[in-house]
Design a protein around this ligand. Structure first.
Ligand code: ADP
Length: 468
């Protein structure tokens, strides 16, 4: 049953439930019917007894009437389905109707005793295999004295016949009704679950290799909602898998370039004997490429550990203005070659909660980029201001800028703008992804505003340390 399909289970539950209801219904119907028939018989016996008793009383209890006269006076007594007996108060039959053909039916002790006390008695008697008979023993009294006991009886055969017909009908009809409704239930369950089958088939077609497929259903019901939820899930999977593939392709590409350069230069140098200066030059160039590769690998490692939640971020008070000042000093060194100046604009003393080491890395990355993408003799300006309950750190440059259509992607892994590629060869395209992760892990945000060819401004917003 557990392994059975929903269709089978629904049908079994449905059929089982209906069979149970039918059994209860059939039992109740049989009981009600037999009671009603019994009551009807008892009522008609009672009416006949009352009429007969009245006739006997009218004739002052004797001499006893002939039954035919009685029948004439009260036509209902002549009904062939009833017979009459009149007993003396001691219990012997004194008169009985001709339609008692089969046997004598003596008065029972209980009926006699009840009659002596003035009560009528209903009894059902059955002789061996014969049809049962319903009897009413009715006392006829004169004052307190019991004069006669009138008995009216009738065969229960019509009732039994009716009940057995009912049983026959129920025995045939109920299983038939159950069978018809089980078939109906199976048909309905099949119809209701058909869309599930088509969803299953569609889902089987969707593999990691082909996530472009979607489940087609327009039904606005539960199945339709299930299908659209699955479609959303597949779309998210498709995006993630595409990103993973893109990421692997980008990572291999970024690592291949320095490897190709290193290999090419080394092969070229080894082709013929060279002076020590040439070898030195080649080795220095190789070292630069090796540095770049190890930076990529380190940054990749950091991002994968961050993805896995393995990078720990301290939660300590950090004096952000001090950090900004220290990074500005470092930046002066970075820009020295190309005479890029890094200045402090408005810097407010602000404290945030976080990891000083990571926050320094974040600011340094932004300042490093600003210097890197500045033109000669450019200026990088750092500012730290309070806006509501956040500290806003801005790193502004007057460098190459970022085209509006490229701005949404610069925080993606390995993304580098064309302008940046032609401006500086080195660069991994991973720095801003790391910056974004650090800002977000401090419950902050990072944004860019930029004009192509004029400069960019990166703004990091971090929640301020609330005063204790
Ligand atoms: P990269 O190592 O290439 O600098 P980042 O992840 O730090 O990688 O930056 C991603 C890209 O964003 C850069 O390649 C560049 O195109 C763009 N970018 C970042 N900072 C600036 C900036 N200050 N000015 C112009 N473009 C920038």
């Amino acid at each position: 049953m557990r392994n059975a399909s929903i269709r089978v289970r629904l049908t079994i539950w449905y059929g089982g439930g209906l069979a149970l209801i039918m059994i209860i219904f059939a039992g109740a119907l049989y009981l009600v019917m037999s009671r009603a028939l019994e009551n009807q018989i008892d009522r008609s016996l009672d009416e006949a007894a009352v009429a007969a008793a009245r006739s006997l009383e009218e004739h002052r209890f004797g001499p006893f009437l002939l039954l035919d006269d009685l029948a004439q006076a009260f036509p209902e007594l002549a009904l062939i389905d009833k017979f009459f007996q009149i007993f003396a108060p001691q219990g012997q039959v004194t008169l009985q109707s001709a339609n008692i053909k089969t046997r004598d039916i003596p008065l029972s002790q209980t009926a006699l005793e009840s009659a002596l006390q003035g009560r009528a008695t209903f009894e059902t008697v059955r002789f061996h295999d014969e049809i049962p008979i319903r009897l009413l023993s009715y006392p006829i009294r004169h004052g307190e004295t019991l004069v006669n006991i009138l008995r009216v009886g009738t065969s229960l055969s019509p009732m039994e016949e009716m009940l057995s017909r009912l049983v026959f009908f129920l025995l045939i009809g109920s299983p038939l009704a159950v069978a018809v409704s089980v078939l109906g239930g199976w048909f309905l369950a099949s119809r209701a679950l058909k869309p599930v089958d088509s969803i299953t088939l569609a889902a089987q077609r969707i593999t990691a290799e082909d996530l472009t497929q979607r489940i087609h259903t327009t039904a606005p019901d539960e199945i339709g909602r299930l299908a659209s939820t699955l479609n959303d899930m597949i779309a998210r999977l498709e995006t993630s898998i595409r990103q993973i593939r893109q990421f692997s392709a980008d990572a291999s590409h970024e690592l291949r370039t320095p490897l190709t350069i290193t290999k090419g230069e080394t092969e070229l140098a080894l082709r013929k004997p060279r002076s020590p200066d040439v070898y030195r030059e080649v080795l220095e160039s190789n070292l630069e490429e090796i540095d770049r590769m190890s930076r990529i690998v380190e940054e990749l490692l950091f991002l994968s550990r961050a993805d896995l939640g393995q990078v720990k971020v301290a939660s300590l008070p950090v004096q952000l203005d001090t950090l900004v000042q220290e990074v500005q000093m470092q930046a002066m060194m970075l820009g020295k070659d190309r005479a890029v100046e890094t200045i402090l604009e408005h810097v407010e003393p602000l404290q945030v909660v976080g990891d000083e080491w990571r926050l320094r890395e974040l600011i340094l990355n932004l300042v490093d980029n600003a210097v890197k993408y500045s033109s000669r003799q450019g200026t990088v300006a750092l500012s730290l201001t309070k806006t509501h309950d956040t500290a806003e750190l801005a790193v502004k440059d007057d460098g190459i800028g970022i085209a509006p259509e490229e701005q949404p992607f610069i925080f993606d892994r390995f993304y580098r703008t064309d302008a940046a590629r032609s401006h500086v060869q080195h660069g991994t395209g991973l720095g801003l992804s790391i910056c974004k992760w650090i800002a977000e892990s401090h419950h902050g945000t990072i944004e860019v505003t930029s004009t192509f060819g004029e400069g960019s401004c990166f703004t990091v917003s971090l929640p301020l340390l609330s005063p204790a």
